[in-house]
Design a protein around this ligand. Structure first.
Ligand code: PBG
Length: 328
C-alpha cells in the first residue's frame, strides 16, 4: 500500500514578498479615510503646545488655517474643529455666539479650503461651560437633557450659518441627533450632515484632551457617557442615532473598544467612524519618546487595526503625518 502524501499547507507562501503581501492585504488605510481633530484657542497669538500631547497644539486662527490647507493638500477626509474660548459661563453662551471662537474658526477654515476637505465641528457644550459638563445643569446640579437639546439646536444652526459641512454632536444627550436634524432642516440646512458620537464611553483615556481644551470639569460624565462594561448598549445607541437621522455613527475611544466597533459596523448601514483619542495618542507618543516602541510603524499598525475592526473613517491626531507616511 502506497503512502498518501498530505501536502503541507503553507500560508507563509502568501507572505513571501512585499508585492505579494501588498496584493493580498485585506485592509488598507488611506488619507481620505482620516479626519484631523484640531483645537483653536480664542485670542492666541502663537500656537500653544499641549504638554500631554506632544506635537499637538492649540492653534491660533492663522495657524489653524495653515493646518487646514495642509490637510487639503494631503487629501485628508476631514478636519474636526474644537474651540477653546477665553470666557465660560453656566450655559455655555460662547457656543451659540456667532462671534464665538468655534463659529469664527469654522468660517475661517471654510474660507480657506472651501469644499476640498469636509469641515466638521464638535457640537457640545463642555468647552464653553464653567462647570465643564456637556450640557446645562438643573437646580440640583444634574445635567438637564432636554434643556441641553434646546441649546444644541441653536449651536447646530450657528455652525451651519458659519458654513460647516458636518456637525459632530458629542454630548451623549438622548434625542440629540433628532433635535439637531430638525433644527438644521427648519433653517434650510438640509445638506449639513451629522456625525453622531453614538457609542461614546466614559473613558479615563480622555485625560490629555481635557488639557487640550482647558476643561473645567470636576467629577465625571458617567450619567451621560456609556459604561465601559457595555457593548450591546453601544449597538443600541448607534441604531437609535441612525433612526434619528445620523449620517455617520461613531465609536469612541477606538483601541479599548474595537469589539464594539465591529459590532456596530455589523449592525448599521451607514459609515462608521472611530475616534483614536488623546490618551491613545499620548501613550504611544510617550513610549516612543522613551525609545520603547518604534513610532511610525506603531502609528500605522494602530490605524490599520482600527480599520480592520470596522471603521470606515478614523479621527486621529496623526492624520496629516499618517497621510505623509502613506505616500512613501
Ligand atoms: C467632548 C469631547 C471629548 C473628546 C471629544 N469631544 C472629551 C470628553 O468627553 O470629556 C475627547 C477626545 C479625545 O480625548 O481625544 N466634547
Amino acid at each position: 500500500m502506497s503512502e498518501i502524501e498530505v501536502p503541507v499547507i503553507r500560508p507563509r507562501r502568501l507572505r513571501t514578498t512585499p508585492a505579494l503581501r501588498r496584493m493580498v492585504a485585506e485592509t488598507s488605510v488611506e488619507a481620505r479615510q482620516l479626519i484631523l481633530p484640531v483645537f483653536v484657542r480664542e485670542g492666541a497669538t502663537e500656537p500653544v503646545p499641549i504638554s500631554s500631547m506632544p506635537g499637538v497644539v492649540q492653534h491660533t486662527r492663522d495657524s489653524l488655517k495653515a493646518a487646514a490647507a495642509e490637510a487639503a493638500e494631503l487629501g485628508l477626509g476631514g478636519i474636526m474643529l474644537f474651540g477653546v474660548p477665553t470666557a465660560k459661563d453656566a450655559v455655555g453662551s460662547g457656543a451659540i455666539d456667532p462671534d464665538g471662537i468655534l463659529n469664527v474658526a469654522i468660517a475661517d477654515v471654510v474660507g480657506e479650503i472651501g469644499d476640498a476637505v469636509t469641515v466638521m465641528s464638535d457640537l457640545c457644550l463642555d468647552e464653553f461651560t464653567d462647570h465643564g459638563h456637556c450640557g446645562v445643569l438643573d437646580r440640583h446640579g444634574r445635567v438637564d437633557n432636554d434643556r441641553t437639546l434646546e441649546v444644541y439646536a441653536e449651536m447646530a444652526r450657528a455652525h451651519a450659518e458659519a458654513g460647516v459641512h458636518m456637525v459632530g454632536p458629542s454630548g451623549m444627550m438622548d434625542g440629540q441627533v433628532a433635535v439637531i436634524r430638525s433644527a438644521l432642516d427648519a433653517a434650510d440646512h438640509h445638506d449639513v450632515s451629522i456625525l453622531a458620537y453614538s457609542a461614546k464611553y466614559a473613558s479615563a483615556f480622555y485625560g490629555p484632551f481635557r488639557e487640550a481644551v482647558d476643561s473645567s470639569l470636576q467629577g465625571d460624565r458617567r450619567t451621560y457617557q456609556q459604561d465601559p462594561a457595555n457593548a450591546l448598549e453601544g449597538v443600541r445607541e448607534a441604531l437609535l442615532d441612525v433612526a434619528e437621522g445620523a449620517d455617520l455613527v461613531m465609536v469612541k475611544p477606538a483601541l479599548p473598544y474595537l469589539d464594539v466597533l465591529r459590532q456596530v459596523r455589523d449592525a448599521v448601514d451607514v459609515p462608521v467612524a472611530a475616534y483614536n483619542i488623546s490618551g491613545e495618542y499620548a501613550m504611544l507618543e510617550a513610549a516612543a519618546a522613551q525609545g520603547w516602541i518604534d513610532r511610525e510603524p506603531a502609528i500605522l499598525e494602530t490605524l490599520t487595526s482600527i480599520r480592520r475592526a470596522g471603521a470606515d473613517v478614523i479621527l486621529t491626531y496623526w492624520a496629516s503625518e499618517a497621510a505623509r507616511l502613506l505616500q512613501r
